[in-house]
Design a protein around this ligand. Structure first.
Ligand code: 5AD
Length: 369
């Protein structure tokens, strides 16, 4: 099968046409071939075909509306020491901060005035906040804004804690698996972190009833096309509601400071593939993609992304939530950020969508909004 035929197979798989996912070898071949074509600067029939199908699929499932999530980076303390991440506990140069529940609520107020209906509370694995305090905060946000969705992105916890937060009103949870290959996972994380635990967490989140998001970094050190193929296969088993991916970008105070960044081309190809394999999935054009290149977010949308997550954190703390060097939008106030986003979306024929943007199962061609 050539690469165009493989794209057709994935497209049919996404449309539920009794198609099985190609093998890991075939997927790895496809990823390698598309990247080589993209980077050759010459004719790129495969990439153009993928982009066309990915864009059509997204527009057919969601229209040209892009969902907004307000990101609140509420703590940069973390108990983990991931080799790639700027807020790893071993980074002694970082100025650490935590927002109080009142400060977090005022970020929500600010977001609400701007029309945000999803608040994503993201932080390192900071054990300073008790489980009950987080539950209480979730309850307060839901009381104040009953029609908004609360998303947590706060790392690995046991089943009962996830359940407690779900019962307190949290709607969604983001926990990237980072890489689906155990051997690769162990090259990115210290020995006290467990691949199995991370995967268990994801299945637990789904079982509890969260709209669950997973995802991976593109171009992280030691990653091969086989690892990316394994990510696609793993996601087809997990069936998450959201998939967050972005390029790996080095951070100067981590062991991976001298490693190469992930590329724009490979990230766009993975976005396009994810869109055709999982048509209804919520797929953000991430900050890492926007940080890699000036119009990264727009390019992501043109390869099938349908979510953006502007920053609602106070500007004073943004520069300290540095997962990688060169993070975009650290100076923009949320209001300016939103206005700029609207203009940029309009230029490519898209607009901001109203509403919470919950996951819905839609098949391409069956429904539009
Ligand atoms: N480059 C790109 N993405 C990173 N993340 C953490 N560190 C980096 C980095 N150096 C991503 C991880 C994590 C998410 C919050 O940010 O995938 O899950």
């Amino acid at each position: 099968m050539n690469h165009l035929e493989l794209i057709d197979v994935l497209y049919k798989y996404g449309k539920n046409e009794k198609q099985v996912l190609p093998t890991k070898e075939a997927l790895a071949f496809l990823i390698r071939k598309l990247c080589a074509e993209f980077q050759s600067g010459k004719e790129r029939p495969g990439v153009s075909y993928l982009q066309k199908l990915a864009q059509e699929t997204a527009v057919s499932c969601f229209g040209t509306g892009i969902y907004l999530r307000g990101l609140i980076e509420f703590t940069n303390y973390c108990r983990n020491n991931c080799y790639y991440c700027g807020i790893r506990c071993g980074n002694e140069k970082l100025k650490r901060y935590r927002l109080t529940p009142e400060e977090i609520l005022s970020c929500c107020d600010k977001g609400r005035k701007l029309g945000f209906q999803t608040f994503v509370l993201q932080g390192g694995e900071d054990m300073h906040y008790s489980d009950a305090e987080i539950a209480d905060l979730i309850g307060k946000i839901k009381d104040r804004y009953p029609d908004s969705a609360v998303t947590l992105s706060f790392g690995e916890r046991n089943y009962s804690v996830y359940k407690q937060w779900f019962d307190a009103g949290a709607d969604r949870y983001l926990l990237r698996h980072e890489t689906a290959s155990k051997t690769h996972y162990e090259k990115l994380h210290p020995p006290d972190m467990s691949y199995e635990n991370r995967i268990d967490c994801l299945f637990n989140l789904k079982e509890i009833g969260y709209q669950t998001g997973s995802g991976f970094m593109v171009g992280s050190p030691y990653q091969t096309e086989y690892d990316l193929a394994e990510d696609l296969i793993f996601l087809s088993a997990l069936k998450p509601h959201m998939i967050g991916i972005g390029p790996f970008l080095p951070h100067k105070d981590t062991p991976f400071r001298n490693k190469a960044s992930g590329t724009l081309e490979q990230t766009l190809i993975m976005l396009g593939l994810l869109r055709i394999i999982f048509p209804s999935v919520l797929l953000p054009a991430t900050t890492a993609l926007a940080s890699l290149t000036e119009n990264g977010r727009e390019q992501g949308i043109l390869f099938g992304a349908n979510v953006v997550m502007p920053n609602l954190s106070p500007v004073s703390v943004r520069e300290h939530y540095m997962l990688y060097d060169g993070k975009a939008f650290i100076k923009d106030e949320a209001a300016e950020g939103k206005a700029m986003l609207e203009i940029r979306l309009e230029k490519i024929g898209y607009h901001l969508a109203e509403g919470r943007g919950d996951y819905r199962e839609v098949l391409p061609g069956k429904e539009k909004n």
